[in-house]
Design a protein around this ligand. Structure first.
Ligand code: FE2
Ligand code: FE2
Length: 259
């Protein structure tokens, strides 16, 4: 599939394109460090939110522990500055089988296995992306530093409904928007970066496009047959576009228009 056909559904799903002013800011060499650190944290967060979803809705206690242990080295790196590229390479991969809850949450029934399979695959990919960003940083001598979170994800999550299954549907729709926006930004920013980063960002398009599609499909499945979620999708599309186009003083990977 060409990059154009990958991006076409994403560009029609998103309610706006990334403003050129954001690209101008993101391609400045002095912002590269912040961009890469924030990108690396976004990969961890993408993995974490997928983990939270399946821990909350789908899997048994032991599997939950397995998942937490799988994430720990990555979390220790970000939150405690422990470890490095070499130690992360040594971290055990997820080996045990993930087992579903004996009585899955009412929210999920026939699609529980599908949710788990898709999310485990997504987590593997996000943690690999995390490793790849750290590899690039290490090669360039860019040291990791703590940074604050931007407003983007919070700005959408505060609109999540408080009852099920609407809450899960909303979270899945938000997941679709975050993945779609990441894909759009990687594609738009890539040509402005050096060869190495350009190649890396283009290589991420395919998986992020699939993550977007998986979240959207799951949202429809969880809502249930005959339930139309297009209004909810349009609602979050508006919220997301507002966060992307309105002024934002805090430059980050998902920030709004630079002031
Ligand atoms: Fe990713
Ligand atoms: Fe992703």
């Amino acid at each position: 599939m060409s990059n154009y056909s990958l991006l076409k559904p994403i560009l029609s799903f998103l309610k706006c394109e990334t403003p050129d002013a954001w690209i101008d800011e993101a391609k400045k060499p002095e912002n590269l460090k912040l961009l890469l650190i924030d990108h690396m944290i976004c990969e961890l967060k993408a993995g974490q939110s997928a983990m939270f979803l399946i821990r909350k809705y789908a899997i048994d206690k032991n599997s939950s522990k397995e998942l937490l242990a799988w994430f720990r080295p990555y979390e220790d790196f970000i939150y405690k500055k422990q470890g490095d590229l070499a130690s992360l390479e040594q971290t055990p991969k997820l080996s045990k089988l993930i087992v579903l809850k004996a009585t899955p949450n009412d929210t999920l029934t026939v699609f529980t296995q599908e949710l788990v399979d898709k999310m485990i695959m997504l987590i593997k990919e996000e943690l690999h992306h995390f490793y790849q960003v750290l590899e690039i940083m290490t090669k360039r001598g860019i040291e990791y530093e703590n940074i604050t979170a931007g407003r983007y994800a919070k700005g959408m999550l505060k609109h999540v409904k408080t009852f099920e299954p609407a809450a899960l549907v909303d979270k899945l729709i938000i997941g679709a928007y975050i993945e779609a926006r990441s894909c759009e930004r990687f594609a738009k920013l890539a040509p402005h970066l050096d060869d190495d980063l350009n190649k890396f960002y283009v290589s991420l398009l395919r998986s992020e496009a699939r993550h977007y599609q998986d979240y959207l499909t799951l949202a429809g499945q969880v809502a249930g047959e005959g339930i139309d979620i297009s209004e909810r999708i349009a609602y979050f599309g508006k919220v997301e576009a507002e966060l992307i186009t309105s002024l934002d003083e805090d430059f980050k990977f998902h920030s709004g228009a630079p002031v």
